[in-house]
Write a protein that binds this ligand. Structure first.
Ligand code: AMP
Ligand code: ZN
Ligand code: ZN
Length: 407
């Protein structure tokens, strides 16, 4: 090597060493937005023009994303930010028990449990890895963000508050973008529940659901306008997802577990389209396991492989899945919470198209006009980590599923 070439090489490598961290630090922020219960095909109703524009200018999965089993809110939100199946991250359903906490019930409304890392430490969400890498993160609600997972919380987070309007949530997020560069978060979340709420109350084809679609789109429009006003619309990566879809229920489609085994021979942990049970006797277990009219039950270790579920200690011994639209419950539960009042639900087989969730992404690091084939929601995590320039934790995702959307 001549001295000149050597000098050139040294200069180049020095440049690289300096340039690499600068490039990493300059990566565009990521805003991960969840519209709870936004079924993939809702985007085609012509009621969400902002979302349509994002899809045109960015990447979109027109047929949607396949959720993970069980198709409920908490397990799937944690999957989206960890890339792990619920069986692996440990948020095995919206309601759980753990032998390490005898008699304590985890549920979405149990604030002290929701804010306790004990339940969440099985996974490492994006914001924890990002904070450890020195990035600021901020969450405008996300299941798990209220706990110090593995000892780390987002720099800014809020306890879930349903009454905070969608516009106020957007405005809080926009406020973060006005912070001095050193304090500005690089990873942010936003969460909207109205589409899921109205879907449950009135069903997927109701005017009320359509109104919620328009309202959530107006919140997205406010976000886009705020980004444009700050001159940063083309400098942030927006990733808009849902946790699951929704399908119609009917008072005529209810089946009772007590028709299969005596009501006092098992304990129901969760009921609906995915039902979990603890049998009290071997006879009860024998009666419950197997195929029944409109639903089927398995012992947790024998579930179909495609459901990726059944090994975690928090999963009750028997899991049932109903035909889409058929609610499984007990007569006592039905007297308490009559299924006739319900318009829509989720929790069905994740392979059913009605359970598929929204995926749209738009920004400087996302290819415009890309249309992704149906993919499993575990692959959102490697996509978000790539956008942030962070090394993903071990996960169940397939980076190839979302890679076509990356520049
Ligand atoms: P699901 O019925 O499984 O779709 O649950 C949806 C509900 O989860 C929404 O109506 C929200 O009220 C609730 N939810 C979402 N995020 C949180 C949170 N961080 N803490 C408590 N509840 C939440
Ligand atoms: Zn949900
Ligand atoms: Zn729901």
């Amino acid at each position: 090597m001549t001295p000149l070439v050597r000098r050139l090489c040294l200069a180049l490598s020095a440049l690289f060493l300096i340039a690499a961290p600068v490039r990493a630090a300059e990566r565009a922020p990521v805003i991960l937005i969840s519209i709870d219960g936004f079924r993939a095909d809702y985007a085609m109703r012509g009621l969400t023009p902002t979302l349509a524009a994002l899809a045109t200018e960015g990447a979109w999965a027109p047929q949607g994303m396949r959720p993970s089993f069980p198709v409920n809110t908490f397990p799937n939100h944690y999957t989206l930010v960890t890339g792990l199946r619920p069986d692996h991250h440990g948020i095995t359903d919206n309601t759980m028990f753990d032998t390490g906490r005898p008699g304590v019930k985890f549920s979405m409304g149990a604030r002290d449990q929701v804010e306790d890392r004990f339940w969440w430490d099985g996974g490492e969400p994006v914001w924890v890895t990002a904070e450890r890498a020195g990035m600021k993160t901020a969450t405008m609600f996300w299941p798990g963000s209220e706990a110090a997972v593995r000892g780390v919380r987002p720099t800014t987070w809020f306890p879930y508050q349903e009454s905070l309007s969608a516009f106020d949530r957007v405005d809080r997020l926009l406020g973060w973008l006005d912070l001095p560069q050193a304090e500005r978060p690089r990873f942010m979340t936003l969460y909207f529940e109205a589409v899921d709420t109205q879907g449950h109350r009135f069903g997927p084809d109701s005017p009320e659901l359509n109104k919620a679609l328009a309202d959530v789109d107006a919140a997205l429009a406010r976000l886009v306008a705020g980004l444009k006003a700050r001159g940063v619309y083309d400098q942030v990566n927006l990733v808009v997802v849902a946790d699951h879809g929704l399908a119609q229920t009917s008072p005529e489609r209810v089946v009772f577990l007590d028709d299969v085994a005596p009501a006092d021979s098992f304990t129901v942990i969760t009921a609906g389209w995915t039902t979990s049970l603890i049998p009290k006797t071997p006879e009860a277990a024998k009666a419950l396991v197997g195929r029944h009219k409109h639903f089927r039950c398995w012992r947790k270790g024998s579930m179909p492989r495609r459901l990726n579920y059944g090994t975690h200690p928090r999963i009750p011994p028997i899991i049932c899945l109903s035909e889409i639209g058929w609610v499984v419950t007990t007569r006592a539960r039905n007297a308490d919470r009559p299924m006739t009042r319900i318009g829509g639900s989720h929790g069905a087989d994740p392979f059913d198209p009605a359970m598929r969730a929204l995926f749209v992404a738009r920004g400087p690091d996302i290819r415009a006009g890309v249309r992704l084939k149906v993919f499993d929601n575990v692959s959102v995590y490697p996509f978000v980590m790539a956008l942030l320039g962070l090394t993903p934790q071990p996960n169940d995702g397939d980076p190839k599923a979302t890679a076509p959307a990356l520049k």
